[in-house]
Design a protein around this ligand. Structure first.
Ligand SMILES: [Fe+2]
Length: 249
C-alpha cells in the first residue's frame, strides 16, 4: 500500500473521532523517531510508520457514538470497541496487504506483555516486537493527546505519562521500547510532536486537504475491504463526510 492511500485512510478514520486532534499524525511521527533511534533499516522504518498510520483502521467499523464516549461503555460497546484491531487487520488482508510489520502493528497494538491485552491475549515475546514498540507510542499519545474530558498542562501530562510507562514497563510494555521512548523524550526529541497540532483544530492543519481522487481511492479500498455481503452504509457516510470536509474549492 502506498503512503498516499494509507494517509487518506488514516485521516478518514479519524474523522469519526475528532477529539484526538491529529492522533494518527503524532503517533506516526513518534514511530519514525523510535524506529530511527532503534536503527531500524529504512524499509522497516517505512513499514512501521505505515502501521502507525493504519493502526486504528478498524475503528471505521466502530459507531461514532462509542468512539466519542469518554467512559462508561456498556459490555457490548466495550466488545465492539475491542474488535477494531482484528477488523483493521482483516480489512488490510482483504485488499492484499502482506507486509508483516504493518499487519502486526494493526492487529497487536493493544496486547500487553503480561497477556492482559487484546484481541488475542498474547504475552511477552509472542507479541510481535513492532506491536510492542507501537503500544508504548499509542499509550503515550493517549495520555498526552487532547481529550475533551481531560485537562492539565502539557508538561505535567507528559512527565506523568512517562512515569506511567515506566511503572508498567515489563508488565504491560516492552522495557526496551519504554527506555528508548523515555530517552528520546528526555533529549527533547519529542517536544515538537507533542506540542504540534495537539488541539481541536489539529486535524485541519496537519496536512493539506485530501483531493477528490485520493478520497475516491480510499473509498474503493474501504469498499473492497468490506466483508462480503456486509452493510457498507457506514463507509458511504464517512466518505460523504470526508468529501464535505476535505474537498475545498
Ligand atoms: Fe487502537
Amino acid at each position: 500500500m502506498d503512503f498516499k492511500l494509507a494517509n487518506a485512510l488514516g485521516r478518514i478514520v479519524e474523522l469519526k473521532d475528532r477529539s484526538t486532534g491529529a492522533h494518527t499524525w503524532r503517533v506516526t511521527m513518534y514511530a519514525q523517531a523510535m524506529a530511527e533511534a532503534d536503527r531500524m533499516p529504512i524499509s522497516e522504518v517505512m513499514s512501521f510508520m505505515l502501521g502507525a498510520v493504519l493502526h486504528d483502521l478498524g475503528k471505521i467499523d466502530v459507531p461514532g457514538e462509542i468512539l466519542s464516549k469518554p467512559s462508561g461503555l456498556t459490555d457490548i460497546e466495550y466488545l465492539t470497541m475491542r474488535r477494531h484491531p482484528i477488523d483493521g487487520w482483516e480489512r488490510l488482508r482483504r485488499i492484499g496487504v502482506e507486509d508483516p510489520l504493518v499487519l502486526n502493528v494493526v492487529r497487536s497494538h493493544h496486547e500487553r506483555m503480561d497477556g492482559s491485552g487484546y484481541p488475542d491475549g498474547l504475552s511477552g515475546s509472542d507479541i510481535p516486537m513492532e506491536a510492542r514498540w507501537f503500544a508504548v507510542i499509542d499509550a503515550f499519545d493517549a495520555m498526552t493527546g487532547l481529550r475533551p474530558y481531560r485537562h492539565g498542562t502539557r508538561e505535567k501530562d507528559a512527565s506523568r505519562a512517562i512515569e506511567e510507562l515506566r511503572s508498567l514497563s515489563g508488565t504491560w510494555y516492552e522495557p526496551r521500547a519504554v527506555e528508548t521512548f523515555e530517552a528520546l523524550y528526555e533529549a527533547g526529541r519529542l517536544g515538537s510532536i507533542l506540542d504540534h497540532l495537539n488541539d481541536q483544530n489539529g486535524l485541519e492543519t496537519a496536512a493539506p486537504p485530501l483531493s477528490k481522487e485520493v478520497i475516491e481511492m480510499a473509498r474503493d479500498a474501504l469498499l473492497q475491504s468490506n466483508p462480503e455481503g456486509a452493510d457498507h452504509r457506514h463507509i458511504d457516510d464517512i466518505i460523504k463526510l470526508a468529501q464535505h470536509r476535505e474537498i475545498r474549492s
